[in-house]
Design a protein around this ligand. Structure first.
Ligand code: SF4
Length: 150
């Protein structure tokens, strides 16, 4: 287990110490790293994730599909500082965070005890390039926090 995986495991343990109740969709944030975007994509989704035209070549389209399906928030971030700012919004009560960098995971840890489920991304091309995420795991985490059956 590497350092990031240990950190995420620790985050999930901390989250379980603050079980909380069901979260409303408008209070649930799906936080994803910019490195999910395919590196050849020319859509400027850093400023506005809805600039993604959902071509399906990377998991950004899947994250938007989940956002729309559940009526939750979704934010794409470039690093830990931005993640902290987004998660500190008082309207955000719980977070499903796709973790790319230790910095991002640290940012999430900084806003505990808000409920966080951190999902490690997949890095078939090395760090921060064309990363992927298990969409089913993200969906299951959203359902868990919303309290909706599978
Ligand atoms: S789904 Fe397509 S348009 Fe959207 S970010 Fe990925 S590559 Fe770009």
């Amino acid at each position: 287990m590497n350092a990031l995986e240990s950190l995420i495991l620790g985050l999930n343990r901390l989250r379980n110490r603050f079980p909380g109740g069901r979260v409303s969709p408008e209070n649930l944030l799906l936080l994803v790293p910019h490195c999910l975007q395919r590196c050849t994509c020319e859509s400027n989704i850093t400023q506005d994730v809805d600039q993604c035209n959902r071509c399906g070549q990377c998991n950004v389209a899947d994250m938007l599909q989940l956002r729309d399906e559940f009526g939750i928030r979704c934010h794409l971030v470039s690093g830990g500082r931005e993640a902290i700012a987004v998660v500190r919004d008082p309207a955000v009560m719980a977070v499903v965070a796709v973790a790319c960098e230790k910095e991002l995971a640290d940012g999430i840890r900084a806003v505990l005890p808000k409920r966080v489920i951190a999902i490690p991304n997949e890095r078939p091309n090395g760090p921060c390039k064309n990363t992927r995420v298990d969409v089913d795991a993200v969906r299951a985490s959203i359902r868990k926090l919303l309290g909706t059956p599978a």
